[in-house]
Design a protein around this ligand. Structure first.
Ligand SMILES: Cc1cc2nc3c(=O)[nH]c(=O)nc-3n(C[C@H](O)[C@H](O)[C@H](O)COP(=O)(O)OP(=O)(O)OC[C@H]3O[C@@H](n4cnc5c(N)ncnc54)[C@H](O)[C@@H]3O)c2cc1C
Length: 379
């Protein structure tokens, strides 16, 4: 196929969880799709790599079985504070641990098996004129489509091109991740609080431990480098110190990202249907961005199928329904996540919260439920 000459029903910008899930879904309905992804697979990404079980029925619908790839079942949650208080509960719904290196690659393979092309290029501009999108890439090629899904993640130059509000403000958050070998329970996801941030720890495939922390730049910049920061700040939490001391990184250097923004975004901008982190990001303290990315892919794909079948009568109605469903599904979760993250950024408050919650595990389970969705149905 000469991709350049073709006119697509849908171009998906970005082949992460949201983009790839949409591509598989749409291909099942014989919709002509192109995915444009700037990187190759497999590739490590900074992420806690714990996913809520709510996605399992939908992954089954996409013909993806993560347990064939050694995903770890996780049913237990532990939270510790700087002063080493600890609270442990059973997760209401549970989840699993799998690396992005593995999961994105499984999805990308399924996209290719579904006869959808994944073009390796970076999108630099998206314009919408005369009911048609023109998607221009770094290699100076333009592709045309009826619809565009923006699934290019947390932030990109495209956000500036699309004049999105959130990109105009600097964000103070940065994150660091390693995979390591060592001893850690298979079924546990742990969140360890430290001054200015927290660190998530859980197992992924091949018995590796994912250690991923987020912090603010102001705390980080006072230290010489990542190692010094970890020793001087993270090690104050005895649980974290023990994890770092008793594990060995399998990465030559830790993976890092900066400028992580939790500011509000819009699910539709310049007629582009935004999906996953591109539409809005939940604070990872609530640990549920991946299932939100997959769920938003399910919502947008179902609506696009209805639109292309003529069941949704106009582009205006498609965009309106998507915005409405997106807000209904995710707005409260994102706000709850923000509020919890704010409370935990006040170290004394987090000590008090853990003290209060300890005798009432059901309250903590309720809070976890508020940041998670319902099991995704496929009917
Ligand atoms: C520190 C941290 C910890 C986290 N921990 C968890 C956790 O434990 N559990 C959880 O559920 N969620 C977690 N999350 C959130 C989760 O990582 C995201 O919500 C998820 O990755 C969103 O998927 P996505 O498909 O929207 O974006 P991404 O996975 O970021 O995919 C976007 C894709 O678009 C591509 N791209 C970008 N720009 C362009 C362009 N111009 N042209 C073409 N391609 C482009 C990128 O290369 C990328 O492959 C965490 C996030 C952070 C920052």
């Amino acid at each position: 196929m000469n991709t350049e000459d073709s006119y697509f029903d849908v171009i998906i910008v970005g082949g992460g969880l949201a983009g790839l899930s949409s591509a598989i879904h749409l291909s099942k309905f014989k919709i002509k799709v192109l995915v444009i992804e700037k990187n190759t697979y497999p590739k490590h990404k900074v992420c806690g790599e714990y996913i809520s079980n709510e996605v399992l029925p939908y992954l089954k619908f996409l013909d993806i079985d993560v347990f064939k790839y050694d995903a770890h079942k996780i049913n237990s949650f532990e939270l510790t504070t700087i002063k080493n208080k600890i609270i442990k509960v059973r997760l209401p719904l549970g989840g699993f641990g799998i690396s992005r290196y593995c999961l994105d690659n499984i999805l990308a393979k399924k996209v290719l098996e579904s006869n959808v092309e994944i073009l390796k290029d970076a999108v630099e501009d998206i314009t919408f004129i005369n009911k048609t999108f023109s998607v221009k890439t770094k290699s100076d090629t333009t592709y045309k489509a009826k619809l565009v899904i923006g699934a290019y993640g947390k932030r990109a130059n495209l956000d500036t091109k699309l004049n999105r509000q959130f990109i105009k403000e600097k964000s103070p958050f940065l994150a660091v991740k390693i995979h390591a070998t060592g001893n850690f329970p298979d079924n546990l996801v742990a969140l360890h609080n430290f001054k200015g941030g927290y660190c998530g720890v859980s197992k992924v495939e091949n018995n590796k431990i994912n250690i991923c922390y987020i912090t603010n730049y102001n705390t980080f910049k006072k230290h010489k480098n990542i190692q010094a920061f970890q020793k001087e700040i993270l090690y104050k939490n005895e649980h974290l110190k023990s994890i770092f001391k008793n594990s060995t990184s399998v990465f030559d250097v830790p993976l890092t990202i900066s400028q992580i923004s939790f500011l509000n975004k819009k699910p539709v901008e310049n007629h582009v249907l935004m999906c996953g982190d591109t539409a809005g990001m939940i604070h990872p303290l609530a640990g549920n961005g991946m299932s939100m990315a997959i769920r938003s892919a399910q919502i947008v794909s179902s609506l696009i199928i209805d639109y292309l079948d003529g069941n949704i009568k106009s582009r205006y109605l498609l965009e309106k329904q998507y915005s409405m469903l997106w807000n209904k599904e995710f707005k409260n979760r994102i706000n709850t996540g923000k509020f919890i993250a704010y409370l935990f950024s006040l170290n004394i408050v987090s000590e008090i919260i853990v003290l209060i919650l300890k005798p009432f595990p059901k309250v903590l389970q309720y809070i976890i439920k508020r940041t998670h969705g319902k099991i995704m149905t496929t009917s």
